[in-house]
Design a protein around this ligand. Structure first.
Ligand code: FES
Ligand SMILES: [Fe+2]
Length: 286
């Protein structure tokens, strides 16, 4: 009885493996794999973020990478540092992340900001804390006409100049006090981005954002990005771009080599390389 059962089982297994080897069995799986690869490489928009501790840290014994990054940050010697936020245009968000009638709270340039878009499509940015009782207008504020309405007692502030336009409990003919205003920031929407002008002394923009025609006309469109959070002063990234010498040693290996600079030159990742070259010449005007 037992040998007979075993014989049957072996026969079933063999016929099963034969069917697995038949083209009609694996062809659909292969097609599916190719479709997924094509979708992943050409159609899916890459949106990848590396957090602070992901790059540049070798862990101390017994500590996680995150704890190592934090310990190094705390141990850093404080010297003379440039202003935390250099003057210039800052990207607040992509334009399509703010729908008409929507308000958002954003933390940047050392402030909490209320960013909102009117129904007619105009974007405004105000300091978020209401001068009445300090509510964050970006969190729960309602867009009313060209104003944002504070979620606490309903005062309304104009996006264009930050002045209070309405206080619901104000008696007929009552005067809106002068203090009822918040700072309104200079905003510009260009190249698909929503930008804010920051100047430490409150001056007007000293330069304009260049318009990239290919983006404005739709010839170029967003296909993907990677974002890296790093532990440095905001200007260091830009200044590092001038250091052409590091491009070959740091950036030539492909991402297959990983992010640990000790091991990025691996034989199995060397089938793909990036080649950078750059030269500098004096600017004709400042
Ligand atoms: S806190 Fe904003 S209206 Fe009172
Ligand atoms: Fe670099």
């Amino acid at each position: 009885m037992l040998p007979e059962l075993l014989h049957q089982l072996v026969q079933q297994t063999v016929s099963g493996s034969e069917s697995l080897l038949a083209p009609w069995a694996w062809a659909p799986a292969l097609v599916l794999l190719i479709v997924l690869l094509v979708y992943g490489i050409f159609l899916r928009k890459l949106d990848y973020t590396r957090s602070l501790e992901d790059v540049g840290y070798i862990t101390f014994d017994g500590l996680s990478r995150r704890d190592t990054a934090n310990r190094i940050r705390r141990a850093r010697k404080e010297g003379r540092v440039p202003p935390v936020y250099p003057n210039g245009w800052y990207l607040v968000m992509e334009g399509d992340q703010l729908k008409p009638g929507e308000a958002k709270s954003v933390q940047m340039i050392g402030k909490t900001l209320a960013v909102f878009r009117t129904e007619s499509g105009e974007a405004h940015i105000l300091d978020a804390y209401c001068p009445h009782f300090g509510a964050n207008m970006g969190a729960g504020g309602r867009v009313v006409g060209d104003c944002i309405e504070c979620p606490f007692h309903g005062w309304q502030f104009r996006g264009s100049d930050g002045r209070c336009a309405r206080i619901p409990v104000l008696a007929e003919g009552g005067k809106i006090p002068e203090m009822a205003r918040v700072t309104s920031h200079i905003v510009k929407e260009v190249n698909g981005g929503l930008y804010l002008w920051f100047d430490a002394e409150g001056r007007e923009p000293t330069w304009d954002l260049p318009v990239i025609e290919e983006i404005e006309t739709g010839e170029w469109s967003f296909k993907g990005r990677t974002r890296h959070f790093v532990n440095c002063h905001i200007e260091e990234i830009n200044q590092n771009g001038a250091d052409v010498g590091h491009l070959t040693t740091v950036h030539d290996p492909s991402f297959f080599g990983g992010t640990d600079l000790r091991y990025i030159f691996r034989w199995w990742s060397s089938f793909l390389w990036q080649k950078f070259s750059a030269t500098w010449k004096p600017c004709t005007e400042p």
